[in-house]
Design a protein around this ligand. Structure first.
Ligand SMILES: O=P(O)(O)OC[C@H]1O[C@H](OP(=O)(O)OP(=O)(O)O)[C@H](O)[C@@H]1O
Ligand SMILES: NC(=O)CC[C@H](N)C(=O)O
Ligand code: SF4
Ligand SMILES: [Mg+2]
Length: 444
């Protein structure tokens, strides 16, 4: 399951160089492409496919000297893989660069409407629509905030977005606040998808509110909340996507994950000798499970983090070899033991099925799987690339069916109530778990 995309914007000395380091801190949110746009009397953009360190390795940063920058790391959810961001587009004789995290639910409809008014789209990705809508309404109103008010009225779905326009930075978070976005200030003004990227530069950090718009120009910074809807933050940022050291809307991700493991241990205890985690993202929940159950935590699986995205060799032999290269069991930890295996989520079930078999191969007596989130049963239309319902292992069958498929001795998931309690907030989007979608995203 993938989603993410990381957004960054800054008005400060050496903005592009800082953007480069911030993108490295946000690299977990997207590895397909990276890019930076700066203002130098006009928009200048450098983007490329691959990791941040691969895109900016030949002195590109030297060409981007400026105090005004926006930047992006991409995992695509819409449009071609060849697209990169920030993307440049134009409308009504004006140019804009766009860096966007999220997915728009009424993109097709609005694109057709704009095209019928003669607007030419240059890209395939939904993010372009945000830029077009802004320019169209800026042309009508002559005011950045009024233009953004119209964008909020018109464009539905998930968007944490940064624009570079006429030497200014405009940053906005959609009225539902699906995706995270933080603001930091000190020796300048900074924005990033996760506060952990801002803390590289400044300590004064706060969340951008849902429906809030920032305008940063030579005259300083101004912000306004232009739309209020009930807040529905994507719960998967807490479960899996975000960095554990990030704090989103006041809740630290690592602590929330530990609490998920604690709740899980209360709801579904397991008889085991050792608790182990599926690295990397299952670790915090496994700690929580161990704390409440009193069963000691050990590192029973080792993940090779140098396995590149380019390692795609066809054929069954190499596919299996790749799995073995990626994860391997520590025989000394699991041999002859009843193992409680904790992960944050099961999507297709492929990872879990292989790991259970791997642990048995390394001599584990019993394998009790505990998942620190509820079963994923429904698609996401707000930017998370959840496979179709048919590919989701828990979409149609019972938990018992999933247990059989992955070959575990027992299996339990955290309940929706347990999850809410662990995160400690009620204003969450839980649609892929419950099938109840936030209404605003579909009000077109
Ligand atoms: O059911 P599946 O479709 O196999 O996917 C589920 C797995 O994918 C994610 O981890 P990932 O492998 O992305 O690695 P990470 O935890 O290190 O981020 C997630 O944490 C599960 O472990
Ligand atoms: N993961 C994202 O947030 C993707 C942003 C945008 N929809 C794209 O595909 O590029
Ligand atoms: S449906 Fe699930 S993945 Fe999508 S925004 Fe809501 S909680 Fe996040
Ligand atoms: Mg994982």
């Amino acid at each position: 399951m993938r989603e993410k995309c990381g957004v960054f914007a800054a008005k400060t000395e050496n903005a592009a160089r800082k953007a480069y380091y911030a993108l490295i801190a946000l690299q977990h949110r997207g590895q397909e492409s990276a890019g930076i746009s700066v203002w130098k009397h006009r928009i200048r953009t450098v983007t490329g496919r691959g990791l941040v360190s691969e895109v900016f390795r030949n002195g590109e940063l030297a060409k981007l000297k400026s105090s005004t920058a926006i930047a992006h790391v991409r995992y695509s959810t819409s449009g071609s893989l060849n697209e990169t961001q920030p993307l440049e587009t134009e409308c009504c004789g004006m140019k804009i660069a766009v860096a966007h995290n999220g997915t728009l639910t009424n993109f097709r409809l609005l694109r057709e409407r704009y095209e019928s008014h003669g607007v030419k789209f240059r890209h395939t990705v939904d993010s372009e629509l945000l830029g077009i809508s802004f320019l169209w309404h800026f042309n009508e109103t002559g005011d950045e905030f009024e233009a953004m008010r119209e964008v909020f009225n018109e464009v539905k779905g998930a968007y944490s977005v940064a624009f570079l326009f006429d030497g200014k930075i405009i940053v906005a978070r959609d009225p539902v606040g699906f995706r995270p976005l933080s603001y930091g200030f000190g020796d300048g003004h900074y924005f990033a998808s996760e506060d952990s990227a801002l803390r590289l530069f400044v300590e004064d950090v706060r969340d951008v509110k849902p429906g809030e718009v920032f305008l940063v120009s030579e005259d300083g910074v101004e912000s306004k909340v232009l739309a209020r809807e009930s807040h529905h933050h994507c719960v998967f940022e807490y479960i899996y996507f975000a960095r554990p050291d990030s704090t989103i809307d006041g809740v630290n991700v690592y602590s929330a994950r530990v609490r998920m493991g604690r709740e899980l241990a209360k709801e579904s205890p397991a008889d085991g000798d050792v608790v182990i985690a599926v690295p990397d993202s299952g670790r915090a929940a496994a700690m929580g499970f161990s704390q409440v159950s009193g069963i000691p935590y050990s590192e029973g699986l080792i993940k090779n983090r140098y396995i590149g995205r380019t390692f795609i060799t066809p054929g069954q032999f190499y596919r299996e070899l790749k799995v073995k290269l990626k994860l391997s069991p520590v025989r000394e930890v699991v041999e002859g033991k009843s193992v409680v295996l904790v992960d944050d989520s099961i999507v297709r079930g492929t990872t879990m099925k292989r790991i259970v078999a791997m642990l048995r191969g390394a001599g584990a007596g019993e394998v009790h799987v505990r998942i620190a989130s509820p079963p994923i049963r429904y698609p996401c239309y707000m930017g998370v690339d959840i496979p179709t319902r048919h590919e989701l292992i828990a979409a149609f069958g019972s938990v018992e069916n999933v247990r059989k498929t992955i070959g575990a001795d027992s299996l339990a998931y955290l309940s929706v109530d347990g999850l809410k309690k662990a995160v400690g907030r009620r204003d969450l989007c839980l649609a892929c778990l419950t099938g109840e979608y936030p209404e605003w995203a579909f009000r077109f």
